[in-house]
Design a protein around this ligand. Structure first.
Ligand code: FAD
Length: 528
């Protein structure tokens, strides 16, 4: 035996909106929780969220949960699970009320909550905080609500441990790189997305798909991985890599318009909502216009907006830091990888197919997003599913008769897994699996990743992440190659149309006996 060990009933991996909501709610219900996160508490995507939370609070005339569901289904391109969508959005208002009771302060307009509108929404229903600093406020409030819970920063989840198919704990590297085990009856993966698969992304450095890789290796299924949402408007400051500042959609919601390099609008005529069309439509139109005009970016003209610096302080500061004054000049923008619509397949309580293993937030695939997430639905999903997981775990633990668990350290090191250099993976994915994909490019990228892959033991955070990115690249490339149609954020240049046959199926990914992802089309629960 080596290393260290500890014990809890529930281990929560991740301190974004999903993980912290689950941890706080589970603790309230009497579950013994320990929380681990591989970086600082606020290092995930949550604290970067700008626009807000889409929720029908009830005081916007003409708006309703049914309208929110309809907008979500439209954006999702026919692949949302309608029952799951309705259930999650119905749970949104009470979940937001509890978040406010836990201390989150949203912007007010007199006695009411202020609302904005984002792409694909038919009503002003997006609540926000600090102008465009919604995620930072949610993170602040949840970290505060979680004070007193055991929270291990700098601890990296490496492997989900099972005994006879059931979760018995989690292998972890601590903040000094020492291997240890957290014994637990339940593990919640709330590890966020995988934007770092691409050279240019809005996502922070933590978004390396670790949770999807952990779940796949534990025997769970993932689905809809090919639907990577590219945010249409990310500040363009030259050909850099890594995280880029986002220019929230709410800027267009409040009247800014997109222009090409000649100063012409190009969204009118493309979609009835023009500059406020769903993200996939806007991102694809920008990509086309950049190619037609041989430009590296297009421009977002916000000069007509009143009070830009006060309404969008985060965007304003990022622009000013890049030497751009949005009050006086159009903002150079380009699409970048932003959101993983797919992920680990779960039910509406976050259960995966592996007993004791849960997933919630961006890592999960509940059926809410389909082929394209509606703006500001993800913070809401994290809130709702975080609470639902906590309740499900509380009920299931009581049914287990309070089993006890040995407190030994790890018997064996984590197994060797395929690892390719991150720069190779990011280059291949950016070239072949961005907006506009084709069979030859996807197959070529898969060959490049395979050729760069060696077996290695994930003994530190970088190797855990690189192994996850390698597996995700193989899985996304395989799923994107299989889906021979264009739908939502999956745009195939060799299959530019939607194919109704694909409306009935999600691409489900599992690992075969050699640890390689294999794809099978599977009828989704909501299909007729
Ligand atoms: C710039 C930006 C703007 C956005 N704006 C909005 C918006 O306005 N509205 C909206 O609804 N959504 C928005 N989104 C999306 C939304 O922020 C995310 O989908 C959501 O915050 C994800 O929350 P999460 O809890 O699932 O994961 P995250 O907040 O990403 O947290 C993941 C956590 O898991 C930890 N972790 C990961 N791997 C491991 C590991 N192996 N071991 C231990 N810990 C690990 C991380 O350190 C982190 O704590 C935006 C995203 C970005 C990047």
């Amino acid at each position: 035996m080596n290393g260290w060990a500890a014990e809890a009933e529930l281990v929560v991996v991740g301190t974004g909106v999903a993980g912290l909501t689950a941890a706080v709610e589970a603790a309230r219900l009497g579950v013994r929780v320990v929380v681990v996160t591989k970086d600082a508490t606020d290092a995930g995507s949550t604290r970067w969220a700008q626009g807000g939370v889409a929720v029908v609070v009830g005081d916007v005339p003409g708006d309703s949960v049914a309208a929110h569901v309809a907008d979500t289904l439209t954006a999702g391109g026919g692949l949302c699970d309608e029952a799951a969508t309705a259930a999650i959005l119905r749970d949104g208002p009470p979940a937001v009320a509890r978040l406010r009771a836990r201390g989150a302060i949203f912007d007010a307009d007199g006695a009411r909550l202020a609302r904005t509108r984002e792409g694909g929404h038919s009503a002003f229903r997006v609540i926000h905080a600090g102008g465009d600093a919604t995620g930072a406020e949610i993170e602040r409030a949840l970290v505060r609500a979680a004070a007193g819970l055991p929270l291990l920063t700098g601890h990296v989840a490496v492997d989900v441990l099972r005994d006879r198919g059931r979760v018995v704990g989690l292998a972890v590297l601590d903040d000094e790189g020492r291997p240890g085990v957290l014994h637990a009856q339940a593990v919640l993966l709330a590890t966020g997305g995988y934007g770092q698969l691409y050279a240019s992304t809005t996502n922070p450095a933590t978004a390396t798909g670790d949770g999807v890789a952990l779940a796949l290796r534990a025997g769970a299924a993932a689905a809809d991985l090919e639907f990577v949402q590219f945010h249409p408007t990310v500040l363009y400051t030259g050909p850099t890599t890594g995280r880029r500042p986002l220019v929230t959609e709410a800027v267009r919601g409040e009247g800014a318009v997109l222009l090409d390099r000649a100063g012409r609008r190009f969204l009118t005529g493309v979609h009835p909502l023009a500059d406020l069309a769903p993200r996939d439509v806007v991102a694809a139109a920008i990509t086309r216009r950049m190619a037609e005009t041989a430009s590296d970016c297009v421009y977002l003209d916000a000069r007509a907006l009143d009070g830009f610096p006060a309404r969008f302080p985060t965007v304003y500061a990022a622009c000013r830091a890049a030497g751009i004054d949005p009050v006086r000049e159009p903002i150079p923008v380009t699409p970048a990888a932003h959101y993983a619509c797919g992920g680990v397949v779960t039910d509406l309580d976050g259960r995966t197919g592996v007993p004791g293993l849960y997933a919630a937030g961006e890592v999960a695939r509940t059926g809410l997003h389909g082929a394209n997430r509606l703006a500001s639905n993800s913070l809401l999903e994290g809130l709702v599913l975080g609470e639902r997981v906590a309740r499900a775990v509380a009920v299931e633990l009581r049914g287990n008769g309070g089993a006890t668990w040995s407190a030994d350290g790890p018997e064996e090191p984590a197994p060797a897994v395929p690892i390719a250099p991150r720069a190779v993976v990011q280059r291949a994915m950016t070239a072949a699996a961005g907006i506009g994909r084709d069979a030859a490019g996807l197959a070529g990228a898969s060959d490049v990743v395979d050729a760069a892959t060696v077996l290695g033991v994930p003994v530190d955070r970088a190797r855990v992440e690189d192994a996850a990115l390698t597996l995700l690249a193989q899985a996304v490339l395989a799923a994107a190659g299989t889906r021979t149609e264009s739908r939502g954020c999956h745009v195939r240049t060799d299959f530019p149309e939607r194919d109704d046959l694909w409306q009935l199926a999600s691409n489900e990914v599992r690992l075969d006996g050699t640890g390689r992802p294999v794809v099978a089309a599977r009828a989704w629960a909501g299909a007729a």
